[in-house]
Design a protein. Structure first.
Ligand code: AVJ
Length: 323
C-alpha cells in the first residue's frame, strides 16, 4: 500500500534550468568570476555534502545537532507551533529532533519541508512517513529566496532555517531574505535560525579544506553540474580548491583556482570564457556570526531575538525569533 506524496511545486525543472543558465552566464562574465553556491546540490553534490557533515574537521552539523538534542523540548514549548516549516530541509536528522520535541509538547500536526530539489523532498518525506505516520506532511518545491510569500499559512508555524545556510547569503540578499521571512510570519509564528559562529580562523579554514579532500570535490562538483546542464567542457581537475577566511567580512570564501591558462566552452549558453593561470573564481561564502550581529540583522527585519542556544564549546548557535 502506498500513498501519493503530497507535493506543491512553485519551481519546475525548467525554472531551475533557466535560473542556472542566467546565473552561470552572469557569474562567468563578471570580473572576478563567481558562481552562486546553490547549484552544488545535485545528487552527487548532496551525497558529498552528507560526507562533509561526518568529517572530523566539519563541526557545524554535530554542534547544531547537539543544540537541538539538548533543547528541542524547550524550543517546541516556546514556539507552541503545530506546524514545522523547514527551509532547505536536506537530511532529516535535525528534523526528527524537532518533530520529536513538538510531539512531546503535544502540539505537532503538520510538517512542511521546503527545498529546491524534488528528489530530496520525496526521499525525506518517504523516510519520515514511517516514523511519523500521524503527521500531515506536505512538501513544497520552492526557492527560499523567491517563494517565501507563497508558503502555506496554516496553523501556528515554526519556520526552521538550519545548518547555517543563511551564511551562504551575502549581506544584501540576507537582509532581503529576513525581511521576506518576517513578512510571511503571523504574530504567533516563530523563526528558528541556525548560525555558525566566528571562531579561530585555522579551525574555520580546516572545516572548509578537509584533509580527505571531500570539500574540494564538493566545490569542483559545481563544474560537473554546469557541464551536464549546459553542455560545458570544464575539466574539473584543472581547478584547485581554495578556502580562505575573509576577516573583514567574517566569512569563509571557497574559490576554484585555474591551475593553467585555459578556455572553457559552454555550448548551451553559446559562451566561451578564458581563465588565466592562477585565476580564482568565488563559488561560496559561508558567513560566520556573533550574537549581537544576528540580533541586529533580525531587528532590522522586524524580528526580535527571543532565545539563543549554543553548543557547550560555543561553536554554533540556534536562535528563536518572533515578529
Ligand atoms: C550547508 C551551506 C551551511 O556553508 O557550511 C560545507 C555548505 N560548503 N562545506 C556551509 C558547505 C562547504 C554549508 N551549508
Amino acid at each position: 500500500c502506498r500513498e501519493v506524496v503530497q507535493l506543491t511545486r512553485y519551481l519546475t525543472d525548467a525554472d531551475l534550468a533557466a535560473s542556472l543558465a542566467r546565473d552561470v552566464r552572469d557569474g562567468l562574465r563578471r570580473t572576478p568570476k563567481s558562481l552562486p553556491p546553490k547549484y552544488f546540490y545535485d545528487a552527487r553534490g548532496s551525497a558529498l555534502f552528507e560526507r562533509i557533515t561526518t568529517l572530523p574537521e566539519y563541526y557545524p552539523t554535530r554542534a547544531e545537532q547537539a543544540i537541538l538534542a539538548a533543547h528541542a523540548a524547550e524550543i517546541a514549548t516556546r514556539a507552541g507551533a503545530d506546524t514545522l516549516v523547514e527551509l532547505g530541509s536536506g537530511s532529516s536528522t535535525k528534523t526528527r529532533l524537532l518533530l520529536d520535541g513538538m510531539r512531546a509538547a503535544q502540539t505537532l500536526t503538520r510538517y512542511i519541508p521546503v527545498d529546491v530539489s524534488d528528489s530530496a523532498l520525496q526521499g525525506a518525506i518517504e523516510s519520515l512517513r514511517v516514523d511519523y505516520p500521524d503527521v500531515d506532511t506536505h512538501g513544497v518545491v520552492a526557492d527560499f529566496e523567491r517563494h517565501l510569500s507563497l508558503l502555506p499559512r496554516v496553523g501556528t508555524r515554526l519556520v526552521a532555517f538550519l545548518g547555517g545556510t543563511i551564511g551562504n547569503l551575502t549581506p544584501g540578499p540576507r537582509a532581503r531574505f529576513l525581511a521576506a521571512c518576517r513578512a510571511c510570519l503571523g504574530e504567533s509564528d516563530r523563526l528558528l535560525l541556525g548560525t555558525d559562529l566566528v571562531k579561530n580562523p585555522d579551525r574555520l579554514v580546516r572545516a572548509y579544506d578537509d584533509a580527505a579532500g571531500v570539500t574540494a570535490d564538493f566545490n569542483r562538483n559545481v563544474l560537473h553540474v554546469i557541464n551536464r546542464a549546459l553542455d560545458g567542457d570544464f575539466v574539473p581537475e584543472a581547478f584547485e580548491h581554495v578556502a580562505l577566511w575573509d576577516a573583514e567580512h567574517e566569512w569563509i570564501e571557497m574559490r576554484l583556482r585555474s591551475v593553467v591558462r585555459q578556455r572553457v566552452r559552454i555550448a548551451r549558453l553559446d559562451l566561451t570564457v578564458e581563465f588565466a593561470e592562477g585565476e580564482e573564481m568565488r563559488t561560496e561564502v559561508s558567513a560566520k556570526f556573533r550574537r549581537d550581529g544576528v540580533e541586529r540583522e533580525l531587528a532590522a527585519a522586524g524580528l526580535a531575538l527571543e532565545a539563543w542556544w549554543t553548543d557547550p564549546a560555543g561553536d554554533f548557535a540556534v536562535c528563536l525569533a518572533a515578529p
